[in-house]
Design a protein around this ligand. Sequence first.
Ligand code: T4K
Length: 379
Amino acid sequence: MANIKKIKPFEEPIYVARPFMPPLDEYVRGLEEIWGNRWLTNNGPVLQRYTKEMRDFLDLENIAMFNNGTLALQIGLQGLGISGEVITTPFSFVATTHALHWNKIRPVFCDIEPDHYTIDPEKVEAAVTPWTTAILAVHVFGYPCNLDALADIARRYNLKLIYDAAHAFGVKIDGKSIAQYGDLTMFSFHATKLYHSLEGGMLTFQNPSLKTEVDYLKNFGFKNEVEVVMPGTNAKMNEMQALMGLTMLKYVPQLIEKRRAITELYREQLQSIPGIHLPPLLSDEIDYNYAYFPIEIDEQEFRISRDQLYKKLKEYNIFTRRYFYPLICDFACYRNVPVADPLKTARRVAKRILTLPIYYDLALEDVQKLCDIIIEMRR
Ligand code: T4K
């Protein structure tokens, strides 16, 4: 660590994520319309326009919008009538498992693959029991799950296949949106995501009859003014959220392109540093969205631990995150869930993972400086 003090800390904090803000005048123009028509929520005109544009964007008919991704997933599970046990990953944001819990479904945690941290299909198959009704897999960091293998298991055991694609907006496989895979997919449009609607969520699904069900569920179960057909909740997207989502949509290619440039610079600078392990490049058929930039720190080789690096970076005003540590199964509320699998890979990754800052407004010079700081720390 000889020269480390030569590099000055960043003057402004560098966070792991920062929302892209579209030109204010574009949002204000939309706000003027909302002010004028005094329609703020409950399937207003902006949401209707947004939903239509999103359908075109994804080339997908069956979509439903929500006020956040967590409620979208909860409602999706309920709409599909999932019960009993669901096989899922412990290496995700805790909301993935919470959505099961709120539906009184037992999570069955199984291990992940070492390269891109998605659920390991072999472990999924080994975890199937007579009570299993579905697989809830996560395209973690936007890395697509092993779609074919999971679809094959789901078909053979007659399970529903549900994807938490909170990180995967904009990802395509063979030119087709990742939204088109599985029975049901949830996206998060939270402020920290590459594309956002302030907060927001979306479900995409194969079976068109699910649309009516989830629309009832997100609006208290109302069928019309006088009929409530199920005990729904309130998970509607409001007009300000819809306006942000609508305003942002045309910027998606530009947002992804900037993140690609940041990712390339990180890779170029960090790939040969002993003790830093980068996920392998994705195969050619995948158009990635560069949602996150995770690295793994091997304490022996890097000479300081992941946690020491995380702390030291803060001294430089750099706020990385240990997504996803602790594993979900290690949080107090899930610690008593029986885990048959030792979760060897997930446990190793959770100890070593660090996600570095990546967002549209992050200057490449700052990425370079950040890499210099990391590299100097090993010396
Ligand atoms: N499934 C998965 C796999 C998910 O990752 C998530 C959410 C969900 C489901 C649930 O979707 P939602 O219900 O949220 O739509 C953040 C986000 O709040 C959460 O949406 C996200 N995953 C998770 C991975 O990250 P925290 O607790 O780490 O957020 P926070 O507030 O510490 O923000 C991180 C950094 O972002 C801050 O250090 C600064 C920056 N930031 C944050 C906000 C909110 C800003 O610059 N501006 C902001 O407005 O969870």
